[in-house]
Design a protein around this ligand. Structure first.
Ligand code: AMP
Ligand code: MG
Length: 392
């Protein structure tokens, strides 16, 4: 439902390659050139015509020129060889490079001890990239390899999607900021920091509005302010069923609530809707629920707003090393993989799985999904969702 309602941002900007890391391409990137642009040597060695190989093994070849990388050699006379280095252009018509370890120099002539066939050790023009091909598709996120690839064809600037602005705030009268003394009955605001990093890691600009009191007025005011400043508003807490939970009512008075409550554990009270035209996701208050619902709902949604096509969280099957029984809610257990990767990994479960136990997330390297109404036995194979993927 969320993904269907997600309208990708249209605005784009041109940025130098150096500033493009983590950004999303808005148009296909075509290569203006072949890479490499010329046949070149894959080795330090000697370039020669393969028709001279027999001669090179018996009487040797005179070394008629020296071609380091960056130098264009001259045409190579038959019966002679060129000293050549890795990356240097191979002279026109020359079809073989013999690596220097297979050669010996005697009386200024090169003798080949271990012959190589025609085409050996030559990287042909266009071996990596052909001019005109689509190098990178629109929607691709630019990381080290993609930035390097764009640079390799001489592209200095790219057209990328404007950064998504995401406003976040936490709700709760009990919240105190780290660094302040803790008053009786209060807790430190962990969601603010957790959520800030989760959103920032997605390449978004975070508008951090701190925390607000549990009142309808404060919640309405904060939602309006947030919506005026951002493309998307994400909050934590205040979406459950108690009368101290004001987010739903505030949302309904400013826009609409399109989704509330998901049959899952943790994360049941997840809410979503719009503040005017600005999309809103209300994550639950418990920090573990924030983490899990962010991965499963907010992150794919953010990615879709950013124009990403593939938003499904990465997962793979693992064997579990525990028993577990679920009720009518689907569960996401905090687990850690152990064992030998070649023999198959086993997922171990953190002993305390409460939605308030943030230690479980810090300990775990991923989640295991257990279907509703299921008895899991040690040795069963289940779906594992790695946390490492969140940084991508
Ligand atoms: P709520 O959904 O607002 O009732 O919150 C559910 C639980 O999460 C309560 O125990 C809250 O104290 C806790 N909680 C809510 N917001 C935060 C926060 N920002 N940091 C840490 N815990 C929170
Ligand atoms: Mg609350």
């Amino acid at each position: 439902m969320l993904l269907e309602q997600a309208h990708p941002l249209e605005d784009s900007e041109r940025v130098p390659l150096r500033d493009a890391a983590g950004r999303i391409l808005i148009q296909d990137l075509l290569s203006p050139i072949d890479v490499p642009g010329f046949d070149n040597s894959a080795m330090d060695g000697y370039a020669l015509h393969s028709s001279d190989m027999a001669l090179a093994q018996t009487r040797g070849l005179v070394i008629s020129q020296r071609i380091p990388a960056g130098v264009q050699g001259k045409p190579l006379q038959t019966g002679s060889a060129a000293r050549i280095f890795t990356g240097a252009p191979v002279p026109e018509g020359v079809d073989t490079v013999v690596m220097q370890e297979a050669c010996r120099i005697e009386n200024d002539r090169v003798f080949v001890d271990k012959p190589a066939g025609a085409g050996a050790n030559i990287r042909p023009r266009g071996n990596d990239i052909t001019a005109g091909i689509t190098l990178l598709h629109a929607g691709t996120i630019l990381r080290a390899a993609q930035l390097g690839l764009a640079a390799s064809v001489g592209i200095a600037e790219v057209e990328v999607r404007r950064r998504l602005r995401v406003a976040i705030f936490s709700t709760g009268d009990e919240l105190i900021e780290p660094g302040q003394p803790l008053a009786p009955g209060h807790i430190y605001n962990s969601n603010r920091y957790l959520l800030h990093d989760l959103v920032a890691t997605q390449g978004c600009k975070v508008v951090d509005l701190g925390s607000i009191a549990d009142s309808l007025d404060a919640t309405r005011a904060a939602l309006s302010t947030a919506a005026a400043m951002a493309d998307l508003v994400i909050t934590s807490g205040g979406v459950s069923v108690g009368e101290e939970d004001h987010v739903k009512a505030a949302l309904q008075s400013l826009g609409n609530l399109t989704l509330w409550r998901v049959r899952m554990k943790p994360g049941k009270p997840l809410a979503s809707g719009r503040i005017g035209s600005v999309p809103f996701i209300g994550l639950p208050g418990n920090p573990v629920s924030v983490f899990v619902t962010f991965l499963l709902f907010a992150r794919p949604y953010l990615q879709r707003l950013q124009g990403r096509v593939e938003t499904t969280p990465q997962s793979w099957p693992v064997t579990v090393g525990f028993d577990h029984r679920t009720t009518d809610r689907r569960e996401y257990l905090r687990v850690r993989l152990s064992g030998d990767p070649l023999r198959g990994l086993t997922a171990e479960k953190f002993p305390r799985q409460g939605s308030d136990v943030l230690s479980s997330v810090a300990w775990a390297d991923g989640l295991v999904e257990v279907a509703e109404n299921t008895q899991v036995h040690s040795g069963d194979t289940l779906r594992y969702l790695p946390f490492s993927e969140w940084a991508r």
